[in-house]
Design a protein around this ligand. Sequence first.
Ligand code: COS
Length: 447
Amino acid sequence: MLFSKRWLTDQSIGSQTAINRATEDAKRSRSRDLTEGSNRTVVDLTLTDEQQDLRELAHNFAEKEIRPVAWDYDRDATWPQEIVEKAWEVGLMNAELPEAYGGPGLDLLSGVLIEEEMGWGCSGIGTSLMANGLAAAPVIIGGSEELKKQYLTMLAEEPKLASFCLTEPDAGSDVGGMKTRAQKQGDKYVISGSKCFITNGSHASWYTVYAKTDADAGHRGISAFVVPRDADGVTVDKKEDKLGQRASDTALISFDEVEVPAGNLLGEENKGFKLAMMTLDRTRPGVSGLAVGIARAAFEFASEYSKERVQFGVPIATHQAVAFMIADMATKVEAARLLVWQSAVLHDQGRRNTLAASHAKRFAADAAMEVTVDAVQVYGGYGFIKEYPVEKLMRDAKIMQLYEGTSQIQRLVIAREILNPRPPDTELQTRQETEVSEKAQKEAAPA
Ligand code: COS
């Protein structure tokens, strides 16, 4: 036990002797672990050189291009068009877009590394930059070759945006309760209904829209379609004025007898619900990464402030009440990141990650909320003032517990996966394994 005889007290914080002793103890204990446990299986969490470079690139981008304007964009709810174009230019958007359609074809772990840095810079702007992944995933999973060529390539060739349209005014968590209808008429589908809370909805060039093709079949009557923004009958009705993530665009979109070719169906008719769930398995690790970024930003601001702010004659960091809050923040950031990485790695290995993705989303979102609330507390009264950075983070964090499945829905998925697990989905398993092995073969092939 490293600290068994010397509890960290107010007095020991910052004491060089205590820190040196702890460092020596740590070295001794590490070498003991290595010799005693030499035959243990070790999980290696070291990032590859490429992943480290990518993380650094994303961090520098967040620091130079996002942070300096984040608080102004939040105040005025400014759409970050310039930042979208720059991020696209340097290759920080569409991370998982397959190479066959012009994308970088990165693994999900690389994607979540980018998302954490974007969340650290500004999660509102980060959400705008990352939402293409949500719209593109159903096309990647279920789209025909023609649809992939047309719509995925569009995102790779220009800084264009796409949106995922699942939620409706009366169907949020209860996806099966949606009312939007798609009726097959000859070689077309005709879509009518309203979708709300659509990220990037006002700026998207195309939408992935979920609609009932069999009104009486509950979740087994849903299908998914690609709908171009310029199709007749598509209207952006309203841009929402939000509590947090104010730089991101959130719109209400209506589809009034919108006609799309039958070939715009994604996957099979009436299999759209599963497509949506498979999409969320892929994208929840990413939004959880954004949440880790928010939490990390709040933790960093609070730690710095606690070293500068003097009360009772000493920096508040030397008061145990504050130091322990900082310690808890740090633990939450670390733990959330590990869950996020695990959920991404399982996916990259071609394994089902539903449970891990919900663990990551639930924990990282709740951690972001708790850490940002505590950061405001560390700042005291100043934390409540807009001139200081942390109230924005607290407002931004709230949406993490709501979008891409509330924290309660994540708990529902976790409980079901543990208590009543879904049988293995062989079709999905085969598809993911094929994807992973094709990627490995491509990487192994000589250039
Ligand atoms: N991957 C593949 N299939 C899945 C799946 C997954 N991750 N999760 C569920 N399914 C399948 C089930 O196996 C079941 O299949 P069958 O039709 O063959 O029986 C079907 O989907 C229905 O599953 P379930 O019974 O669990 O559906 P529910 O209606 O109870 O809903 C929840 C499940 C609540 C988890 C789902 O509706 C959900 O995630 N809601 C939140 C939606 C959300 O995140 N909205 C945010 C919008 S995106 S910003």
